[in-house]
Design a protein around this ligand. Structure first.
Ligand code: PMP
Length: 424
């Protein structure tokens, strides 16, 4: 049945879509941390950081149903849900001067608008991102998303800096190195007559391989871009909404103050909603000349979902929970390294865990094939995750924030079994 469905999908949707796993998964229902296939088999979903409160969380489902039965409309009219959402989100960043919320439907759009704001604000076009970053799919943003690889050319106005790969940089002062690399990138833009507009960073360096350390890394780089007349855009599409387990936002781990913060993914627990927070200063000029409108962005239903997400994170203490269970998960996996030579490094923050698999612990050479085998074996054993990074050898584990300690134990045991089987 799955084979027929894949064939039908390919015929109907064309060649641009990809499916995960050697045996692609057909799912019909989601429930908390579980995804369920047509035969009723349950899969522990530690891949999906969109349904961050768990699939079909009742508080979000109820808020959506209530709102959809009352009013589904957009920002052409005055309505309260968007104002409440703005107040709630802005209250999470008291240490900054972020003053306004603009909504979009996707993270790509959020970064696209942020980049346009940066250009108007600075009069420049230059962008600095990390070497394997992903910031989205629009035409402008894909030009500074090197992880898209061969499909898109980077812009002449784009400079890449190495991500802080601590595991491969023993003894180096990564804060100093990152600052210097950003300074060199700025100078190179200027030498080519390109004015720097923005440094855009996902503070967990998700597609670079999940690189949480050292905290404080971004300080010097942010100072450098501001000195050069550019702005700092914190892309919180991945690290945001409590995932790091320490703060609501990933940039807070680095003690830096963004001019713009972009949001997405878990914001509506599956309902399409994304956006940005910006300071009054960066928005002033853009606001004068632009009439921002986005038909579905800021619609009442998505805003109601986002409000329920914020309520639930607070009521269930999910940021602290993510820190506690995330630590259990990390330590449990790290303990497997005694038995599995292939585990080179285990790192992460909160409910975002990376396991780097290597062919050789001395050279730390990536083992891409083993990683792919482990991802597929885990799926067959009922745990869903994926891989990332330049060498495609980093297991990416992003459970819903509500994962229990017992379920973390299942992930650890299944990984143990998959690693054993993959190498036998
Ligand atoms: N920024 C980051 C860091 C992301 O990981 C992604 C999506 N993976 C995006 C932006 C783009 O978000 P979307 O897919 O909602 O357009």
């Amino acid at each position: 049945a799955t084979a027929a469905m894949i064939e039908r999908r390919d015929a109907l949707l064309g060649p641009a879509y990809r499916l995960m796993y050697e045996h692609p998964l057909h799912i019909v229902r989601g429930e908390g941390v579980w995804l369920i296939d047509p035969e009723g088999r349950r899969y522990l979903d530690v891949y999906n950081n969109v349904a961050s409160l768990g699939h079909c969380h009742p508080a979000v489902t109820e808020a959506i149903c209530r709102q959809v039965q009352t009013l589904a409309t957009n920002t052409r009219y005055l309505h309260n849900t968007i104002l409440e959402l703005a107040e709630r989100l802005l209250a999470t960043v008291p240490e900054t001067e972020l003053a306004h919320l603009m909504l979009t439907c996707t993270g790509s759009e959020a970064n696209d608008v942020a980049y346009r704001i940066a250009q108007v604000r600075t009069g420049g076009t230059g962008v600095i991102v990390t070497e394997t970053a992903y910031h989205g799919f629009t035409d402008a943003v894909s030009k500074f998303s090197p992880s898209l690889g061969v499909t898109v050319d980077l812009g002449a106005h784009v400079r890449l800096v190495p991500a802080p790969r601590l595991y491969h940089a023993e003894g180096a002062d990564l804060c100093e190195r990152f600052t210097r690399d950003v300074e060199v990138a700025i100078a190179d833009l200027q030498r080519h007559g390109i004015k720097p507009a923005a440094l855009i960073v996902d503070s967990l360096f998700t597609s670079d391989g999940i690189l949480p350390e050292p905290a404080g890394l971004l300080k010097g780089a942010v100072e450098a871009i501001k000195r050069a007349g550019g702005i700092f855009i914190a892309d919180e599409v991945q690290p945001g909404f409590g995932r790091t387990g320490e703060h609501m936002w990933g940039f807070q781990r680095h003690g830096v103050i963004p001019d713009i913060v972009t949001l997405g993914k878990p914001m509506g627990n599956g309902q399409p909603i994304a956006g940005l927070l910006a300071t009054a200063e960066v928005l002033a000029e853009f606001g004068k000349n632009s009439r921002y409108f986005n038909t579905f962005a800021g619609n009442t239903v998505s805003c109601a979902a986002a409000l329920a997400v914020l309520d639930t994170i607070e009521k269930e203490g999910l940021v602290q929970h993510a820190a506690r269970v995330g630590k259990i998960l990390r330590e449990g996996i790290a303990a497997l390294a005694d038995r599995h030579e292939a585990i080179g490094d285990v790192r992460g923050a909160g409910m975002f865990v990376a396991v780097e698999l290597v062919a050789d612990r001395t050279t730390r050479a990536p083992d891409r094939e083993l990683t792919t085998r482990v991802v597929n074996l885990m799926r067959d054993k009922g745990v869903l995750l994926s891989a990332c990074a330049m060498g495609h050898n980093v297991l990416k584990i992003r459970p819903p924030l509500v994962l229990t300690a017992e379920q973390a134990g299942m992930v650890i045991e299944t990984l143990d079994a998959a690693l054993t089987e993959a190498q036998s």
